[in-house]
Every structure is written in C-alpha cells, then in structure tokens.
Design a binder for this molecule. Structure first.
Ligand code: BGC
Length: 348
C-alpha cells in the first residue's frame, strides 16, 4: 500500500514538478489601473487566489505593452507556476510566452484573448459577442426599431483595435441593428460605420470625447437630432457623454456602455447614460480560480466553448460567462443588493 502511494506521489511530482512544492505561485498580469474594472479584477483575483492558498504576484502595466512583457519575464524568473494575463495588445506576447511554454508554465488568458501564440492554454471571459448583442438589442427595443416608420440617427463608438474583444462587441451590436441600417430606419449621419472607422485606441475616454466633438460639429450643430450613441464600453461612453453635455445637448440620446463603472452608473442614475453591461468581476475571478485549481490538481479545467476563440494559431478552450445589462430599472438589485457596490459608492 505504502509503495503504491509512493509511486502515485512520484508520478504526480513528475507530471507537475513545479507544483509539487507547498506554495504554488500565480502571476497575475493586468493591463492598467486607470480603468476601474481592472482594479476590481486584480483585487478579486488576488483575494480569491490567496484564500485558496496560492502566492500571488499581481502587476499592472499602465497600458504599456513593453512594461507588461517585462513584468511577465520577471514573473517567470521569480518562479511563477501559472500565469493569468489580461493583455494590453493581445498580439504582442508571443516571445515572452514562448519562454513560459518552454518552462512548462500554463497560461490563462483573462477576459482578453492572447493572439498568435500556441502558448496560451485556456481563456476565461464573458461572452463578448453577446455583450454587443445586448447593447444593440437594447437600442432596437428603446428606439422601437421594429415598428417605427420615421428614421433615427445614431453614431457608433467602438473599442481598441488591439483588443480582440473589441471586434466581438462591435459585431454583436452591429448584427443587431444591421437590418435597420439596411432598411433605412437607422441612419448614421457621419457615415462612420466600419469597425476601423469607429475604433477608439486604448478605449480612451479622451479620444472618444474628441471624436464625438468632431461628429457633433460636422453633423449635429445645425440641430439634426441624435437619437443614440452605441458605445462599446463605459470609458468610451464617458467621453461621449462629456462631449454631449459640453455641446449643450438638453435631451440626451440613448447611450450604451459596459462594465457598470461607478462614474457611469452614477450617470445612469442622473439620466445621462441609458445602460451598461454588467460583467460581475467576482464571477470571472472565481472562474479563473477554478481553472487554476484544476490545473494544479492535474484535472481538466471547466470549459464550455471550444469553437469561438481562434487566436490565429489555435482555438483556445474557453469558459464563457453570460453578461446582463443594468439600467435605471434593475441597477439596485444587480449592483447594490448583490453586494457589488454600496449605496455610498453610488452616492445614494
Ligand atoms: C473588456 C471591457 C473593458 C475594455 C476596456 C475589454 O477587453 O472586456 O470590459 O471595458 O476592455 O478596458
């Protein structure tokens, strides 16, 4: 019996040599602290991983790709057993992740897919296409596009082209409103419809605001009504809202968003933004912790999508969670009663 146990132990140590030691080290690389969500993601990951007994090396890279690469190099040097990475530019990590692969370090792509490398083992995210679908369908519903006969004007503000998610959000939203663009019920007065012409580098509020300033000057300064702005996320929605407020819009168009950031949720309460997609970062963190646990135990992590996320080299096995939308009608239940925010945080 003892001999069998010893053999089993030996086999386990040989299969997962780095994980045989007591403290398993998890490197967690986050893109930036400038956006509220990544601070929450990082804090949740650290808390949940530490509660499960892991040693966590959490780093933020200030949206600087070179800095993220050097943080990953250091994590590897410092003996990381598993890497969890929310990338800045999904296509820039090939070289450093080749080292991780050589060292036998599994890599989990967190929220954003890591592109063009076979070194990424798993991906955990929310259903990104569904995020866009919900945003688009929200506008279809609020603008009553299925039944109306008079056209509406909308503009589109997309995410950062170096983030694989941005195209999924855009495509989901576009597919929901495309029939109405084709029928002429939805008009985009700027003519800027293709992803490339609506993308916002770094998801920057300032860039979104500057572009909206230009769109207003060129298309709406004569009083042409603007019925909706389809914004991919909250940082871009914030820039758009600021631009419209500065331009003196009294009746705000419908504005979509994503993340339920505090500033944007306050804007929803103030009637300045219509909705935001709620992606509970606690759920994503616990999904990733389950993946980590499975890897450490030599088991297959929970996966529910093996088709959608092709990074150009492989289809990455993924665990998708479902997003929902928050607006003035359901925010209290979703955000306060669930314990995500306190009333004080939202100024209630
Ligand atoms: C995330 C969004 C976020 C955006 C900007 C995307 O990859 O999925 O939740 O708003 O990045 O940080």
């Amino acid at each position: 019996m003892k001999r069998i146990l010893l053999v089993v132990l030996l086999v386990a140590v040989m299969a997962f040599p780095s994980m045989a030691s007591a403290a398993v080290r998890i490197g967690v690389a986050m893109p930036t602290q400038s956006l509220q969500r990544w601070n929450q993601d990082g804090a949740n990951m650290k808390a949940q991983l530490e509660a499960a007994g892991y040693v966590v090396d959490l780093q933020y890279a200030n949206n600087d790709v070179a800095l993220q690469v050097s943080q990953l190099e250091n994590m590897i040097l410092n003996g990381a057993d598993i890497l969890v990475i929310a990338s800045i530019d999904g296509a820039s990590l090939g070289t450093v992740l080749a080292i991780a692969k050589d060292e036998g370090i599994p890599v989990i792509a967190y929220d954003r897919l890591i592109m063009a490398t076979d070194a990424v083992s798993y991906y955990a995210t929310f259903d990104n296409y569904m995020v866009g679908t919900i945003q688009g369908e929200y506008l279809v519903d609020k603008l009553e596009l299925a039944t109306r006969t008079d056209p509406v004007n909308i503009e589109i503000v997309g995410g950062s082209a170096d983030d694989n998610n941005a195209r999924f959000f855009y495509q989901g939203a576009y597919d929901a409103i495309a029939p109405y663009i084709e029928s002429g019920i939805v008009v985009v007065p700027s003519g800027q419809i293709a992803f490339e012409s609506v993308a916002t580098m770094e998801w920057s509020s300032e860039r979104a605001q500057a572009r909206m300033d230009d769109l207003i000057a060129a298309n709406y300064s004569d009083g042409t009504p603007l019925h909706a702005v389809l914004c991919s996320n909250d940082s871009t929605a914030l820039g758009v809202t600021n631009s419209l407020v500065n331009a003196g819009f009294e009746e705000m168009p419908y504005i979509t968003g994503q993340d339920c950031d505090i500033a944007n949720t306050k804007n929803i309460l103030a009637g300045l933004q219509s909705m935001s997609i709620f992606k509970d970062t606690r759920t994503l963190a616990s999904n990733v912790v389950s993946m980590v646990e499975a890897i450490v135990n030599g088991e297959e992590p929970p996966i529910n999508d093996t088709e959608t996320y092709d990074n150009g080299v492989k289809i990455v096995p993924t665990f998708l969670s479902a997003p929902v939308f928050a607006d003035i009608n359901n925010y209290y239940e979703l955000l306060i009663e669930s314990g995500y925010y306190t009333e004080e945080q939202l100024g209630l």
